[in-house]
Design a protein around this ligand. Structure first.
Ligand code: ADP
Ligand code: ZN
Length: 726
């Protein structure tokens, strides 16, 4: 029944992992709290139940600018919806409310301040309210980063409508905020759903600022004219960069708070695909819901991980592969420290410093970026991700950096641990500066002992050593000092392996993780989408997202029947848009001799985007590294031995094991799969808690089970147990 509505109105064949459970909770009349990352599919959790409930669903949202698009999108799917907010005249508002009162609307969006108005309260009392959905629910909490005083109006809804179930949804909430939401909204015995914050389709990487502009343009070229946001710290910076990009032939505009009236227009041009690249201060992106942003770049260092996660979160809402790039150089720290030093309030200053430390650690430590991000939010990622720069490079590019490391550490010690990386590099390279002469550093044994590394490369090694914990870099004018770990690295038997330096490699390398689709057909479909969107005055994604267009360009559906199998094509869209898109596909297919690949495949049509796991890069080097692990597995070695012989972490090996098992190669690693009572207990835990949150399962089974063991067992259960969906 729900599934029928899902296909008919939204064109999807299946639910994303927790959607169905959430909807059942709502339909049972339970209060429900949903924590799910951006792009997780939250809106459907109330939109679909709204269709099968009698009466009207009230959606409270602070994002006024989005309401029209959301309502347009629903109408485009044949769902009667409306909104009231301050952008409408009172006549228009009365119209909407009359239609709602007459039962002509299933979904009504309102801004929170509306709830305080007596006329609106009277309307609510007279309407048949079936469900209250509170979107961006973290706005109710003073502890969150986006507190909206108007949200406090919501607490009275519960009292006024004690029998109407409430569903609250948010993408960001710490434990404290979560508790606040529950109590402020007066949720009763609620079902709480917490999905992982992980965004598997986003690839995270950090680059030093060497060749920064060139790196930026290669990323922009990689994504051609697809939507991209480049964040800069200052207004001036956005304008300068946008104009350089423009003179280099990129279509880019600047956006910042000083632009006044233009801002709305720039936002519209971006949403409507008139301009692909926006160079912006953080003000940009708050109120936009564009699902197909392929690239988010931080050209300057943001102020915290929270911010960084939120801003990168704007990429890839549609689930397709997207890049998040951070540029960082150790000197950035000094700049930020300077500003932090100006903060007067002690507690505030300390807080800012802690946030900066966490972010710098994210940028410097050569461990899986995704793991660190999630760890920051208290979530444990079961394995390294293979979708960040560290994981992609961990298995391939490392070099023996023992000698250069020891030279650097000695130089730091000999110069008294009172200087920064620049001075240390100049001493090592035999520089002749005033400072060197003044301190007599040209008479040290470490003077002029490096000629195979440039100053820049030495600094890069320094920043990796900081990352590895061999050096610390502290103070407003950063000075280096050697840690205990660093002293150990000076022992004769020590060995230091580091990732290959960025400054020696020429271009960023990209794995190809895109699905195989016909790019020229895709471009034709995109222009049709743009034209139809302009005709109708809606954003292009309201017509179709990138996922359906890519599927069309991959499977060449040429009849209504096969067109309907495309994800995102429901009955209304087939009816309204089918003919136009089919014509383009048919013409193209005829011209190039492509057959309709969906004929006779109604059961296994295009795989849904989540099943195909687009974020995981399957580069050749990774397939190769799994093969190497497999060879050692066949010798039945313990995991830690395999890890040390392959010079990767244990988690990486566990990841390989899980992949081998899930690909059906159980034999290779069967000796690592838990058995008997242990396996039974794990199976039970996954059955009760589902397969997506390893953390919940770990809580259930207890500490005597390691994450490694759970991951291997999960892979095994998935292939041996048909009910075990991912
Ligand atoms: P959120 O509000 O959590 O950020 P959205 O509700 O905007 O997420 O959904 C994100 C994307 O996922 C949208 O493009 C939406 O159409 C798509 N989506 C939602 N549910 C499904 C589903 N069951 N199958 C396929 N795609 C889905
Ligand atoms: Zn990673």
């Amino acid at each position: 029944m729900l599934r029928d509505l899902l296909k008919r109105h939204f064109g999807y064949d299946s639910f994303l992992p927790p959607q169905e459970e959430i909807m059942s909770s709502v339909l049972e009349g339970k209060d429900t709290l949903v924590l799910m990352p951006t792009g997780g599919g939250k809106s459907l959790c109330y939109q679909l139940p709204a269709l099968s409930l009698e009466g009207i669903t009230l959606v409270v949202s602070p994002l006024i600018a989005l309401m029209k698009d959301q309502v347009d999108a629903l109408r485009g799917n044949g769902i009667e919806a409306g909104y009231v907010n301050s952008t409408l005249s009172s006549n228009e508002i009365n119209n909407v409310l009359r239609r709602a009162f007459n039962g002509e609307l299933k979904i009504l969006y309102v801004a929170p301040e509306r709830l305080a108005m007596a006329s609106f309260r009277r309307f609510l009392q007279s309407a048949t309210l079936s469900l209250i959905a509170v979107d961006e629910a973290h706005c109710i909490s003073e502890w969150g980063h986006e507190f909206r005083p108007d949200y406090r109006n919501l607490s009275s809804l519960r009292t006024a409508f004690p029998d109407v179930p409430v569903i609250a949804l948010t993408a960001t909430a710490t434990e404290r905020v979560r508790q606040d939401i529950l109590s402020q909204l007066g949720l009763r015995d609620p079902n709480v759903f917490i999905a992982s914050l992980n965004r598997p389709n986003l690839t995270y990487s950090v680059h030093s600022k060497t060749n920064q502009y060139r790196r930026l343009t290669s990323y922009l070229q990689k994504h051609e004219d697809r939507p991209a946001i480049v964040y800069r710290a200052s207004r001036r910076g956005t304008e300068d960069l946008a104009s350089v990009l423009t003179s280099d032939g990129f279509q880019a505009v600047a956006y910042h708070a000083g632009l006044e009236g233009d801002r709305g227009a720039i936002q519209d041009r971006f949403i409507n695909d008139h301009v692909p690249i926006v160079v912006a201060t953080v003000a940009f992106g708050m109120g936009i819901d564009k699902p197909d942003i392929r690239l988010v770049v931080h050209y300057d260092l943001p102020s915290s991980i929270e911010r960084y996660y939120q801003e990168t979160g704007r990429a890839g809402r549609d689930g397709l592969p997207s890049d998040c790039v951070l540029f960082y150089s150790p000197g950035d720290r000094g700049t930020q420290e300077y500003f932090i030093g100006q903060i007067e309030d002690d507690a505030e200053r300390e807080g800012a410093r802690r946030r900066l430390d966490a972010l710098v650690a994210y940028a410097e430590l050569p461990t899986c970026r995704r793991m660190r991000l999630l760890d920051y939010f208290g979530e444990e990622l079961g394995q390294e991700c293979e979708g960040c720069d560290v994981c992609v490079s961990v298995d391939v590019e490392r070099f023996d950096a023992t000698v250069i490391t020891q030279k650097i550490l000695s130089a730091v010690i000999r110069t008294g641990e009172r200087f920064g990386a620049g001075h240390v590099a100049r001493v090592l390279r035999g520089g002749n500066t005033k400072q060197i002469r003044q301190f007599g550093h040209d008479r040290l044994s470490v003077y002029d002992i490096v000629d195979d590394y440039s100053d820049t490369q030495i600094r890069e090694v320094v920043s990796m050593l900081v990352g590895q914990g061999l050096l610390v870099n502290s103070g407003q004018f950063p000075t280096l000092s050697v840690t205990q770990l660093g002293r150990e690295a000076l022992q004769p038997e020590a060995k230091v392996l580091l990732p290959v330096l960025e400054t020696v490699e020429s271009e960023p390398s990209f794995g190809s993780s895109q699905a195989e689709y016909d790019a020229s057909l895709f471009e034709k479909l995109r222009s049709l989408r743009l034209k139809l969107a302009r005709d109708r005055g809606v954003p292009p994604y309201v017509i179709f997202g990138d996922v359906p267009l890519q599927q069309m360009a991959q499977y060449y559906p040429q009849s209504e029947e096969t067109f309907l199998q495309i994800s995102g094509v429901g009955e209304v869209k087939l009816h309204l848009l089918g003919a136009a898109f089919l014509t383009v596909i048919q013409d193209h297919a005829r011209l190039h001799g492509h057959k309709d690949l969906l004929v006779g495949r109604s059961d296994d049509g295009p795989r849904s985007r989540r099943e195909s796991n687009p974020g995981i890069r399957e580069t050749d080097s990774i397939a190769d590294t799994v093969r190497q692990t497999r060879a050692l597995l066949l010798e039945k070695l313990p995991i830690d031995e395999i890890a040390s012989s392959r010079r990767v972490t244990q988690r990486t090996i566990v990841g390989h094991v899980a992949r081998l098992i899930e690909s059906g190669d159980v034999n290779a690693a069967e000796y690592l799969v838990p058995t008997g009572g242990r396996l039974d207990r794990i199976r039970e835990a996954f059955r009760v808690h589902g397969y997506y949150s390893l953390r919940t399962v770990r809580d259930f089974v207890g500490d005597s089970y390691s994450y490694d063991e759970l991951m291997i067992a999960r892979a095994y259960l998935r292939v041996t147990n048909p009910e075990a969906q991912p």
